[in-house]
Design a protein around this ligand. Structure first.
Ligand code: 5GP
Ligand code: ZN
Length: 134
């Protein structure tokens, strides 16, 4: 049986990638963070940048994580330069929680670019009550 580690969560796909237990196309790595290509890219360039320690979402980051959050964002900036999308422009998003559209419960930043991004950020789905649905 797999044992929970100090900073990592068992059964978390991104923790498994951070530990090199699951393969990924790695763009950057150090002792605190790792960046790899999204398996199902939404844009020609779609890199996920994550902390190696398991935080389920941005909402779960403690005050002690403030510096690491800055490092994750700065990594996106440097990767954008390396991948030649800094001049054309790009987007960094953090989906957070259910209504934020987060699927993988390990904090991750999406670095999206390589094409003009037209989708509006403020799109939302109406929440319907039971009465409205029937
Ligand atoms: P979310 O919707 O949680 O913000 O985004 C999760 C992202 O993780 C999705 O874009 C999805 O394609 C990506 N993803 C899910 N599983 C894997 C995986 O095993 N490997 C990689 N490289 N990306 C994954
Ligand atoms: Zn994790």
């Amino acid at each position: 049986m797999s044992k929970p580690k100090k900073d990592n969560s068992v059964d978390c796909i991104f923790c498994a990638i951070a530990e090199h237990l699951v393969p990924a196309s790695i763009r950057y790595e150090d002792d605190e963070i790792i960046a790899f290509d999204d398996i199902n890219p939404s844009t020609p360039i779609h890199v996920l940048v994550i902390p190696k320690k398991h935080w389920a979402s941005l909402a779960e980051v403690p005050v002690s994580g403030e510096k690491l959050l800055g490092k994750l964002l700065y990594c996106c900036k440097l990767l954008a330069e390396e991948l030649n999308i800094a001049d054309s422009g790009y987007r960094v998003t953090i989906n957070t929680g259910k209504w934020g559209g987060q699927i993988v419960p390990h904090l991750h930043l999406h670095l999206l670019g390589g094409a003009p991004l037209t989708e509006r950020l403020s799109m939302y789905t109406e929440v319907k009550t039971k009465a409205e649905k029937s």
